[in-house]
Design a protein around this ligand. Sequence first.
Ligand SMILES: NC(=O)c1ccc[n+]([C@@H]2O[C@H](COP(=O)([O-])OP(=O)(O)OC[C@H]3O[C@@H](n4cnc5c(N)ncnc54)[C@H](OP(=O)(O)O)[C@@H]3O)[C@@H](O)[C@H]2O)c1
Length: 278
Amino acid sequence: MKAMIVGATGLLGKALTREWVGDEVVGLGSKDVDILDASKVREVVDKVRPDWIVLAAAYTDVDGCESHSDLAFAVNRDGAVHVADAAKRIGAKLLFLSSDYVFDGKNTSPYETQDRRNPQSVYGRSKAEAEMRLLAVLPECCIARTSWLFGTGGKCFPDTILKLAASRPTLDVVKDQRGCPTYSVDLSRAIIGLCRNQASGIVHVTNAGNCSWFEFAREIVKNAGFASEVRPVGSQQMARPAPRPAYSVLSPKSLNPYGIVMPTWQDALQRYLQERKH
Ligand SMILES: NC(=O)c1ccc[n+]([C@@H]2O[C@H](COP(=O)([O-])OP(=O)(O)OC[C@H]3O[C@@H](n4cnc5c(N)ncnc54)[C@H](OP(=O)(O)O)[C@@H]3O)[C@@H](O)[C@H]2O)c1
């Protein structure tokens, strides 16, 4: 199998490139292919002729998307369609990374793949519209929704908490948003498994279990051995440009047919902390 990773220079893309052994893998950053440019995307895909394209490229600054909505839709929706069109021309399969932000966060039990999309932010809308457009272009494509991504080689929540804990005696962290942290290594392994299993349709891929940002931060600080006190605060005290879903726990049921079982987020965190030391 030949795989092409679009967005190979990002947090997920780096882990995916490292983890994907045993197949031929071509990893591309925005300097290699700008997904805003449909003809360049076509040219690169025609040249590489992959069996699978994993589309991890996106404009991921959730707050930035609120003030740059044209760019958000151009990259996250239209760029994704350019890749899907190019994949369709050569008969390549596509796995597209999407997000828990396609939901409104009003559920009180885990979101299933078929639950109604109702995004509350520009980023979430751009991803939700991309999903619908991709399913129209390539009905057999695989849409892997993930959440709260962390890993080495990029900005992420645990990295920020560790840097703050090294210099502050107290940290205030939001307690009223719940979700599923996801380690880039575990997500990468699941993606590779999905491609090898010819996955199609919408799947939810996160580490097992869920927590609030406060609980996540407390676990990070404890495991890293810092003495800082982590204090729970309400999200009104931490107002940000883009609304965040209060509850964005994704149900893992859609992974069952593929025999993929995700490790718990606590286990993933310990491996991340080890990886970060090296
Ligand atoms: N981070 C999260 O918590 C989270 C949660 C749910 C879903 N996701 C989704 O998971 C995927 C991976 O996220 P991530 O955190 O790994 O992203 P990231 O670290 O922000 O990396 C983004 C990647 O997209 C590429 N890119 C951006 N604009 C591009 C363009 N116009 N043309 C081509 N490439 C472009 C970047 O390339 P360069 O660096 O070379 O410019 C980079 O490789 C994304 O689809 C994201 O929406 C992320």
